[in-house]
Design a protein around this ligand. Structure first.
Ligand SMILES: NC(=O)c1ccc[n+]([C@@H]2O[C@H](COP(=O)([O-])OP(=O)(O)OC[C@H]3O[C@@H](n4cnc5c(N)ncnc54)[C@H](O)[C@@H]3O)[C@@H](O)[C@H]2O)c1
Length: 439
């Protein structure tokens, strides 16, 4: 049974799942409130700081460790967590030391992309559950490794594709299953932004607060440069994965889920770095297209440096069907007939206000709650890691097609590239000696 059909059966047709309807309060009545989950968060400059708030808002959770290689970042998040939960998490820079903690239950990974799979595998080997930010690997092979490791160690692994935990996305799935837009055959997804130039960096002294050796971790060593840390590593191939894996993952994951497709048969990409002359190593303008064997396709459009909205949205997914269209974003969805007339709208607030914590993103809160319930009582994950991997793989294949400049033929049973040695050589990566992830 396909993943979409399975999800519809277990979650939507049988009544929208508990995850979508319960609040933190109602959970404390349903589950034993003594089974506290101890959480460490790795990488807390930005997303990890937000995820610390998100997990603290979960029922009966204690943030026990804040792990970051930047001591200023550690201080900032430890202070925030201490003020919020009343107990001070331990600050630590080395994830290996954090993973030695016996009663740690969950590692939340929001370090840069080159750390995701290696840290997740180390955590699984230490017997911990994992919430890993997207993308689940810096390259295609790492996605496979994390799936293998989850199977081997049997712990919960969820990726940060939080739209899968949106009540409206589940309702969208139900409308599609009931045929409201007919047979679905194509999804168009996009992301627009007005990202500024990062200029041309130069070799510089490593800031005193940063352990650059640990920041690099599994990645082959490069001199410290002044325009990479924090955040801009996203645009360098040694650490990052470009806009398609960064923001594309979300919209492409929704497209793949709602279209009910898995591995593609063919991948193409057109585009380039057109806007400014800076150090970006990925395109700022890209159209990647994915064909699936069963008369279905997905097209991803990236406008990293052109904030022109598409269908009035900076990001989204348009699902096309034989009877109509569905426009989805992080706030809900609209249905249109074939001539573009709106026939239904379901929108929701994107933030959740709680008494002690304001502004926690509701999708992330639902996703975290689902992860906690999977750990506590075996609740089905809204996005098992294999689903995260399949969506992220499309993004990596889009990057590979862009880099080699030709169409990739893909084995639809496993997503591997067929008969193209140059493209296949980009499936994995080189590692710094001693840091190779081994399952
Ligand atoms: N799901 C979402 O909606 C969402 C949103 C934003 C970011 N993200 C993901 O979160 C990740 C982090 O993004 P960001 O914007 O916060 O990046 P960032 O560069 O601002 O922060 C990364 C942090 O990780 C730390 N770090 C690096 N190596 C480390 C190590 N070995 N141990 C501990 N900490 C380490 C850095 O010092 C920094 O504080 C990315 O992979 C990104 O794709 C997901």
């Amino acid at each position: 049974m396909s993943s979409r059909r399975k999800f519809v059966k277990s979650t939507v047709v049988g009544g929208i799942g508990l995850t979508f309807l319960s609040t933190a309060k109602s959970y404390s009545q349903i589950i034993g409130s003594n089974d506290r989950i101890n959480v460490a968060v790795m990488g807390t400059n930005s997303r990890g700081h937000a995820l610390t708030k998100v997990f603290m808002a979960g029922d009966n959770v204690l943030i026990t460790h804040i792990c970051d290689v930047d001591s200023k970042v550690v201080d900032k998040t430890v202070t925030m967590a201490h003020e919020t939960q009343g107990s001070k998490p331990k600050g630590e820079k080395d994830i290996r030391k954090v993973l030695e903690t016996k009663d740690l239950d969950l590692l939340v990974i929001a370090a840069p992309d080159h750390w995701h799979a290696p840290a997740a595998i180390m955590a699984l080997q230490a017997g911990k559950n994992v919430y890993v930010e997207k993308p689940c690997g810096q390259n295609a092979r790492e996605g496979e490794l994390i799936v293998e490791a989850q199977k081997k160690y049997g712990k919960v692994v969820q990726m940060g594709n939080q739209q899968r935990s949106g009540i409206f996305t589940a309702a969208a799935l139900k409308d599609i299953a009931e045929g409201l837009i007919g047979n679905t055959y194509h999804a168009k997804c996009w992301y627009s932004n007005k990202r500024e130039s990062i200029g041309h960096g130069k070799t510089a002294a490593i800031p005193a607060e940063l352990d650059y050796e640990l920041w690099q971790g599994p990645a082959p060593r490069e001199d410290y440069r002044d325009n990479v840390i924090h955040y801009n590593w996203h645009w360098f191939k040694n650490w990052g994965t470009g806009e398609i894996c960064n923001n594309g993952t979300h919209a492409i994951d929704v497209a793949r889920w709602l279209l009910d497709v898995e591995y593609p048969t063919k991948v193409t990409s057109a585009g380039g770095r057109y806007h400014v002359d800076d150090d970006w190593e990925f395109p700022d303008t890209q159209t990647a297209a994915f064909e699936f064997g069963d008369k279905k396709s997905i097209a991803w459009e990236c406008l990293s440096r052109n904030g022109m909205p598409i269908y009035d949205q900076m990001t989204g997914t348009l699902i096309q069907g034989t009877k109509g269209n569905m426009l989805v974003n992080t706030n809900g969805y609209r249905l249109y007939d074939k001539s573009g007339k709106q026939i239904k709208e379901l929108l929701s607030d994107s933030t959740l206000d709680t008494a002690d914590l304001v502004g926690v993103n509701k999708l992330s809160y639902n996703h975290a709650t689902n992860t906690l319930n999977a750990i506590r009582k075996g609740e089905q994950l809204n996005s098992p890691i294999i689903e995260g991997h399949k969506s992220v793989l499309l993004c990596h294949l889009g990057n590979i097609a862009q880099q080699v400049g030709r169409t990739l033929q893909i084995d639809h049973t496993n997503g591997h590239i067929i008969d193209d040695d140059q493209a296949s050589a980009l499936w994995g990566r080189e590692y710094a000696k001693g840091w190779e992830p081994v399952v």
